[in-house]
Structure formats: structure tokens, C-alpha cells
Design a protein around this ligand. Sequence first.
Ligand code: SF4
Ligand code: SF4
Ligand code: SF4
Length: 264
Amino acid sequence: MIFTVFEAVAIALWISKDNLFYLFNFSYIGASITLGLILYINRFRYARRTVQLLVGLYMLVYLGLIGRENMQIEGFWYYLFTGVFEAATIHYAVAKIFGPLVFGRGFCGYACWTSMVLDFLPYKTPSGTRKKLGWMRYITFAASLIFVSMLFLAGAGNIEKIMFFSFIIGNVLYYAVGIILAFAFRDNRAFCKYICPVTVFLKPMSYFSAFRITCDKEKCVSCGKCKKVCPMDVDMTDNSRKRKNGTECILCMECVKACPKKAL
Ligand code: SF4
Ligand code: SF4
Ligand code: SF4
């Protein structure tokens, strides 16, 4: 079903944009996710990490570094301002703005090239309490918008080149800050929780996600094993949409794997 959804997007964009790239792009991503699901069903321990590397490296190396598309939020603003509905705007529309209405923050669990690296660090589950630093995401979000706006207002020449170098510098900064925060807070996903500007889109949209972890209260024995393994501090035993850190779920399925009663 997942592969069919991606193929439908691939064919629709290929025909409507008359560009074979979209057929290749969405078929590749759909096939990678489908492979991950098959591996997960067959209980392969690194199923999610396999998808993360297949999709994350493709976006970072092929689309970003070889194709010179700025796939970060600055690239989204840039193409949005120029009125071009191309790679970065399509990527944001599908993965980060409208897609989360269906698959929540699946992008964060299976495709993001920043967390692809951060997930190799030693603090897979946070050991400290959550910090009240979520406001920082609005600063990075505003900074990205102001940066691109200033380029347009100043009439900067060769913006394409500036966007390419800002993609490289932006990624180096994300990795550096992400790694420092992970060690400082003993939490691989600290960058995602406090700094990432994309969560300004992801969190409200994933609130309405069709795919979400739910708990069968008849089976649950309140052992708490699920919460101990959650990298995002979600209270997945509460089925309400307002549950604690509900919009942080990255659908990593660690809680599902940890539940001894198959209640999730
Ligand atoms: S929160 Fe940001 S950095 Fe973290 S996985 Fe999602 S998009 Fe990537
Ligand atoms: S452990 Fe469960 S609730 Fe936590 S992020 Fe992963 S899927 Fe979501
Ligand atoms: S691990 Fe399963 S049984 Fe234990 S609290 Fe979580 S959902 Fe309930």
C-alpha cells in the first residue's frame, strides 16, 4: 500500500511536470520505505536504520551535494519566493507539511539526513528530564526566513550559488550543534526537540496524523517498558491526541517492539 501511494505521487508528478526525475525520485523513496517495512515485518533489528540511510544519504548526497538542491528550510523559502514548485518545495509539501497529516513525523524517523547521523550517537533513549527549550525552534525558524528574505531584498546576485553553499554550511552547523547537544543532554534527539526549525511545520500537522501509535487498554498491564525506550518522551499509553509530547512521535516503533503484551 505504501509503495502504491509513492508510485501514485511519482506518476502524477512525472506526467504533470513532464519530468522523468519525479518518477525515479518517488519510486526510489517508496521502494526504500517498502523494503524497510518488509525488513521490519521479518524482525530485522536495523530495518528503520536501513531506510534512514537509504533515503537520508540519497537526499543529502544525490539531491543536495550532486544535484545542488538546497533541501533545507532555506531552500524551501527560496523556491517558495521564486514561485518555483520544484524539488525543495515538493519535498516540504510531501514530507513536512501535508504528508504529516497521513504519516505524522515518519520523515523524522525514516528519512532525515540530520537524525541519520545523530541516531549513531550513544544516547538512544534520553537519560535526563526534558528541558523547556522548545522555544528555540522559533528562533531558528525565523532566522532561516529572515536570511532568505534579506537575500531577495538586497538583490543578491547568484542566489543559486549562495543557496548551495548555505546548504553545506547549514548541514555542518546542524551536525555540530546536534552532536554537542546530544552529549550535553545525553539525548541523541535533543536537536530535534529544541532546535530544528522544521518542527514548526511538523508538530502541528502531525497532531492530526492518521497513522499513530495507540494502546489497547485491555491488554496493557502498565509495566512502563514502552516509555523507557521512547527517544521522544511520548506518553504512548494515552490514546488522546493531546497526550504528553504526542506531536514528537517519529513512528520509530521502539515502544511497539518493547511491549511484552502487544498492546501497542
Ligand atoms: S526534527 Fe528536524 S532534525 Fe530531527 S528528524 Fe525531524 S526534520 Fe530531522
Ligand atoms: S517509541 Fe513509540 S511513541 Fe516513542 S517515538 Fe517511537 S513510535 Fe513514537
Ligand atoms: S509496554 Fe505494553 S503493557 Fe507495558 S505499559 Fe507499555 S503498552 Fe502497557
